[in-house]
Design a binder for this molecule. Structure first.
Ligand code: PLP
Length: 393
């Protein structure tokens, strides 16, 4: 089977990826590219990182057999409980890894972008722990719809700066963060929150999130006696929880991969964030990938009920899986995601993040056989989405 896991030395997954950055960022990106693998593979780094994942984050997260959901859909559903991580989502795996990396690179100032606020909270948390200055860029619209996370970031000592351009959501926050990085390149490390951005970020973030599938493998072996499920399913904003969930399965032919994108109001509505359905080849935030854009290359404002999926691009890792038909992509509407969120809450007593609810909704879209093992990444918990849920009760 082809190697889907890692990019080539220039950061390409098939035809997607690369590093398209302004000249002033070359030195930073080149330094990262040169050093990241050596640093994160070192014994010193791994000892510290693994200790934090275990004792601070609370890993390994359970692989939970969802009996009631399995009964309902007549298949074997397992939930990878990233919602039980410290700070409530998978984002902390990457934030801690990158803060450790920034320290090794001698950087004192950390910047980040955030959509739902989960990456901002995770980064602010890691910075509080390691005593680093933390600045988080967040779209004005997201600041309004994710108020609890804004409060948490502030309490953790981060400065939250609103992004007021464009749709005032995630992509605009990334633009502001990149602008800051260009102006403060020597002192600052930019902790990108997903498998997007210029090489080596997609690979770096995928490696930190790969702990998800690493655990699924040994957990499944323990529970059912084999390492590989028949399906793994994850939602895709930029694609970090999906990359982590797919990572150790992507080169295993017998494991089928399913990605759930945010369909918003529907594919034809003009209010959607389903990038692979609506996008074309383009460059966004430093990498060549599939982008929602007009014919002359203007980015189309995305829409999703979930701030974490409200992004007009997709990481190059996933663009390649899509182009090669290695993964099957579904577009899940806001309403379908809401329905699945309430269904999980009622059947299993677990309130999922709205993002994760998109992955759960695949159960309604595709028929699985009774004995097939379907692992769904529950990327985060629903606390941050309570206001939206209560409005739709
Ligand atoms: C940020 C976020 C996502 C989307 O980001 P990916 O990089 O695609 O994983 C999904 N779920 C939750 C809970 C999030 O916080």
């Amino acid at each position: 089977m082809k190697n889907y896991k890692n990019p080539d030395e220039n950061g390409y997954y098939g035809e997607f990826g690369g590093a398209f950055v302004p000249e002033m960022l070359y030195p930073n990106v080149a330094e990262l590219k040169q050093k990241y693998i050596e640093i994160i593979d070192s014994e010193e780094f791994q000892t510290e990182f693994q200790d934090l994942l275990k004792n601070y984050v609370g890993r390994a997260t359970p692989l939970y057999f969802a009996k009631n959901l399995s009964e309902k859909y007549q298949t074997q559903v397992y939930l990878k409980r990233e919602d039980l991580n410290h700070t409530g989502a998978h984002k902390i795996n990457n934030a801690l890894g990158q803060v450790l990396l920034a320290k090794k690179l001698g950087k004192k100032r950390i910047i980040a972008e955030t959509g739902a606020g989960q990456h901002g909270v995770a980064t602010a948390t890691a910075c509080a722990l390691m005593n680093l200055e933390c600045i988080v860029y967040m779209g004005e619209v997201d600041i309004a719809r994710q108020a609890p996370n804004v409060g948490r970031m502030k309490m953790l000592g981060a400065t939250v700066i609103p992004a007021t351009s464009g749709s005032k959501t995630l992509k605009d926050a990334v633009n502001e963060a990149l602008r800051d990085w260009i102006n403060n390149a020597t002192t600052t490390h930019y902790i990108i929150g997903s498998v997007v951005g210029p090489h080596p970020f997609p690979d770096l973030v995928a490696r930190f999130q790969s702990v998800i599938s690493e655990e699924i493998k040994w957990q499944l072996k323990e529970i059912i006696g084999r390492e590989n499920p028949d399906y793994v399913i994850a939602c895709v904003g930029g694609g970090s929880n999906a990359a982590g969930t797919f990572y150790h399965f992507v080169n295993e032919e017998n494991v089928k991969l399913i990605a759930a994108e945010a369909g918003g109001f529907g594919l034809d509505s003009g209010k959607s964030a389903a990038t692979t359905f609506l996008g074309t080849l383009g460059i966004l935030h430093g990498s060549k990938s599939i982008v929602m854009q007009t014919e002359d290359g203007q980015v189309i404002e995305p829409h999703s009920i979930s701030a974490g999926l409200d992004y007009p691009g997709i990481g190059p890792f996933h663009a390649n899986l899509f182009a090669a038909k290695r993964a099957e992509f579904f577009s899940i509407t806001d309403d379908e995601a809401l329905k699945s969120a309430f269904e999980l809450t009622n059947t299993e007593g677990i309130i999922p993040a709205l993002e994760s609810a998109h992955a759960l909704a695949v159960l309604d879209k595709k028929k699985f056989a009774k004995d097939e093992v379907v692992v769904i990444c529950l990327s985060g918990r629903g606390d941050k989405d309570m206001e939206t849920y209560l409005q739709n009760l």
